[in-house]
Design a binder for this molecule. Structure first.
Ligand code: SAM
Length: 345
């Protein structure tokens, strides 16, 4: 049985938002435009307020002939059911009200992921970010935002010897897109390599007490690349090391090192949420760190900032094993994220 109710005519007269084209509408238009070239439709899988918004966007943009929406409100999202792939769709967009719901809908779209069709989150998680949106968000005042942090980092890591940008935990590339636009908007930093480490199979290696479920944030390399394309990043600027860290940074680390040579870690962004993969990432980058490298941890204060869990536990364990390094707080940013300057003793 299909999990969801198909909305055959998303045009709800009288309920249509009339507002200037916002960023989500812009992304939706871009995806639909790509489908037009292939004579294919776009599928939106949605629930909650994001469903209502999707209906309104589709109506406002007059996309009812080229977009179909499936309402999955109340569907079984335990992972037992998944949507059957239909060949008329070239891309699937997820619209949900929260990251948790986004993850659940992602499970429903597993067959699309496996068939090689991009499945990209367009609401409920910040949508892919192009250069213009990056500038708008990076410039926001008050607390340092995630785009703002990458902007500060890019001006900190200046000069020809800045090193590469390594990200451990990319999901659909939102933070990597921030890093790319931050560096790429600076003449002196246009030559950075962006290296994405992810299995795209979601979180692997959590221990008891770290929450999540195995596979949370599962996506696919194709979806990641599609999101980067929407974010206007040339494909050849991002190098992907695809695989579980126990493999790419563990048993096969030597192979990965050879592939990436010569590697200097200018900025290391760790966003794999739980301790074990974060520790594997730190162990992997150890030989590439130098005085002044930046370490960013997206979920540093998760688990009520308990030192026994998550990315902060990984950093503590790594510092203990590597007395040749020390770290100094650089910035706090986002909600519970921190960056550190590496000092080499
Ligand atoms: C929270 S998401 C990253 C979010 C991303 N930085 C963004 O801005 O959207 C965590 C990512 O870490 C990856 N991950 C977690 N554990 C992993 C492991 N052991 N091996 C490889 N990838 C892993 C997951 O696949 C997922 O894409």
């Amino acid at each position: 049985m299909l999990p969801g109710v198909r909305i055959s005519n998303p045009l709800h007269e009288g309920e249509v938002l009339v507002e200037p084209l916002n960023y989500i509408q812009q992304m939706l238009s871009r995806v639909v435009g790509l489908g037009a070239g292939k004579k294919a439709k776009t599928l939106i899988v949605a629930c909650g307020h994001a469903l209502k918004d999707s209906i309104q966007y589709v109506a406002y943009l007059k996309f009812h002939d080229v977009v179909e929406i499936i309402d999955v409100t109340g569907s079984d999202m335990s992972g037992k059911c998944a949507l059957t792939v239909e060949p008329q769709f070239h891309a699937v967009l997820i619209a949900a009200d929260s990251p948790a719901m986004m993850i659940q809908i992602g499970r429903l779209c597993a067959n699309y992921q496996e068939s090689g069709i991009p499945v990209v989150v367009i609401m409920g998680w910040p949508p892919p970010m192009d250069g213009r949106q990056f500038q708008r968000e990076a410039a926001s005042s008050g607390n340092l935002t995630i785009p703002g942090m990458f902007d500060v980092a890019a001006s900190y890591i200046r000069g020809g010897k800045g090193g590469d940008v390594l990200e451990f935990g990319t999901f659909q590339g939102r933070s990597l897109q921030c890093a790319y636009h931050a560096f790429n908007s600076r003449q002196y930093a246009k030559d950075r390599r962006f290296i994405a480490f992810d299995s795209f199979a979601g979180i692997i290696g959590k221990k008891a007490g770290e929450g999540f479920f195995d596979g949370a944030y599962a996506t696919s390399e194709i979806s990641f690349r599609f999101a980067n394309f929407l974010a206007e990043i040339p494909e050849d600027r991002v190098l992907v090391v695809n695989g579980p860290y126990a493999d790419t940074l563990g048993v096969n680390a030597a192979k990965t090192r050879q592939l990436l040579e010569p590697l200097v870690a200018g900025l290391v962004h760790i966003d794999c949420d739980v301790e074990a993969p974060a520790k594997l990432a730190l162990d992997f980058v150890t030989p590439y760190l130098r005085q002044g490298s930046l370490l960013l941890f997206d979920e540093y204060d998760l688990h009520h900032a308990n030192n026994a869990f998550g990315e902060r536990a990984a950093l503590r364990a790594w510092l203990k094993e590597n007395p040749q390094f020390d770290v100094e707080l650089f910035r706090t940013y986002g909600s519970g994220a921190r960056s550190f300057i590496v000092h080499k003793r």
